[in-house]
Design a protein around this ligand. Structure first.
Ligand code: SAJ
Length: 420
């Protein structure tokens, strides 16, 4: 049986380890966090993701997934650890470096090391390979190495790990081919072989494209607000053009990927990456725009209470990392607003999360921050009986405005001016 050791049991590593384990590999799932490992041994993944619990259960009961706090010898190593940015927007490769260092003693002739973490261009060649070379083995012939970025969408991870095409960037042709032989065991999408730096750049291009496009939508939204028209309407009509696909505006860009990855390019190419840097700043500024909108709108209300609906970074996920709600709540609290927050999926957050009725009770303004399906079905007449003032700001264009108006609510839509 083939053996694998997956380093990092997060949003990517845990699904990948489980899928390998259910596709004929004996997998060591290695994480430095002993809590994650011990909970997993008891069958409890620390992440909520559709289909993950049953997949992990299948992997564990088959005996092929072995959670561990130590790496072990294996034919295939998969590194899937975080690559955050520091507060001054420089890439922090410390997790990749320590993961690679932890593998040096267990590398053996003939093994393959796959890096899946999002990394600046050149990381595989200039950072990973020199560390692996400390094993004394020849990297490229005795140890194959490839960069194969994960491209799965949180909320659809299990599906997309199997279905998406993969880009496989080897440090040489033999490495790319060895990696292909691993991914072909569970990926139904096409496998595209290339070199490692190209694969690194492909991954950054994908997320940067999305960030720049969302920034464009947000910038158009600010213009439409001044023009007294509706950006959602403008974008949906512009997107009827066969070669136009503008993204959606919103309260800002969250998560651990899109607000982070474009900085890798800005950091590396500060003089060239003008559009990318500006887009990051436009998107980062959106929670502040939401704050300004709320504070101007209800400036005549004394001691106002704001109910934030949704603290995860996007709909139907439990992940609140880099969430625009976090920034908004901070701004509101700094300016003396009383804030309550609700989320149907998030368990732990920087402020206490309360049930829906408590959040709405005596509120002066509701702010829809996350497009959770549950919020689409909110009953405005029930909400009307709980709040102090009937104001709702929709940053996601998800409410049925006529219904809310009927229940007596004034509705503001982010990206729509009030003058028409
Ligand atoms: N957002 C908008 N407008 C949009 C789309 C998204 O404001 O039109 C916001 C969301 O609300 C959210 C943020 O952007 O706050 C990011 O959400 P997302 O769904 O665009 O992306 P992620 O971060 O969940 O996942 C992305 C995906 N990348 C691409 O679609 C190019 C995913 O495929 C990657 O694997 C993932 O990053 C990653 O791990 O890099």
């Amino acid at each position: 049986m083939n053996t694998a050791c997956v380093v990092g049991l997060g949003y990517i590593g845990l699904p990948t380890a489980s899928i390998l384990a259910t596709h004929g590999f004996r997998v060591i799932g290695y994480d430095v966090n002993s809590n994650i490992v011990s909970r997993l041994r008891e069958g409890h993944p620390h992440i909520k993701e559709p289909g993950l619990t049953s997949l992990v259960e299948e992997a564990l009961t088959s005996g092929n997934l072995i959670p561990s706090t130590r790496p072990e010898e294996a034919a295939v190593f998969v590194i899937a650890v975080p690559t955050p940015v520091t507060s001054d927007k420089k890439v922090d490769l410390s997790h990749v470096i320590s993961a690679a260092e932890s593998l040096v003693p267990v590398l053996r002739r003939g093994c393959l090391v796959l890096l899946e973490s999002t990394c600046p261009p050149g990381t595989t060649r200039d950072v990973l390979v020199p560390i692996l070379a400390r094993s004394g083995l020849d990297i490229g012939t005795e140890v194959r190495v490839a960069y194969c970025p994960e491209r799965v969408l949180p909320g659809r991870i299990i599906q997309e790990v199997e279905e998406n095409d993969r880009v496989i960037g080897g440090i040489n042709g033999e490495s790319a081919e060895a990696a292909r032989q691993v991914y072909v065991t569970f990926v139904k999408g096409a496998l595209h072989l290339t070199d490692a730096t190209t694969a690194e750049m492909v991954k950054l291009t994908e997320n940067t494209f999305r960030d720049v496009n969302i920034a464009l939508a947000n910038e158009l939204g600010m213009m439409c607000e001044q023009l007294g028209i509706n950006v959602w309407d403008v974008i949906s009509k512009a997107n009827l053009h066969p070669r136009v696909t503008v993204h959606q505006p919103g309260p800002g860009v969250g998560g651990h990927c899109i607000p982070v990855d474009p900085w890798f390019l800005v950091d590396r190419f500060p003089d060239i990456a003008q559009v990318i840097r500006t887009s990051r700043m436009v998107n980062d500024d959106q929670p502040h725009r939401v704050f300004q909108c709320v504070s101007e709108w209800i400036q005549d209300i004394a001691d106002p209470k704001i109910a934030i609906l949704g603290v995860s970074y996007k709909g139907n996920v439990d992940d609140a990392r880099e969430s625009p709600s976090r920034k908004l709540i901070l701004l509101l609290e700094q300016h003396g607003f009383r804030v309550t927050a609700h989320d149907p999926l998030v368990e732990n957050f920087v402020v206490e999360l309360v049930d829906m009725d408590t959040a709405l009770s005596q509120a002066d303004c509701l702010v829809i921050m996350t497009d959770h399906d549950q919020y689409r079905h909110l009953d405005p007449s029930h909400a009307a009986n709980l709040v102090r003032h009937r104001n709702v700001l929709d940053t996601r264009n998800m409410l049925d405005e006529a219904l809310w108006n009927k229940a007596g609510f004034r509705v503001k839509l982010k990206g729509r001016g009030d003058r028409t």
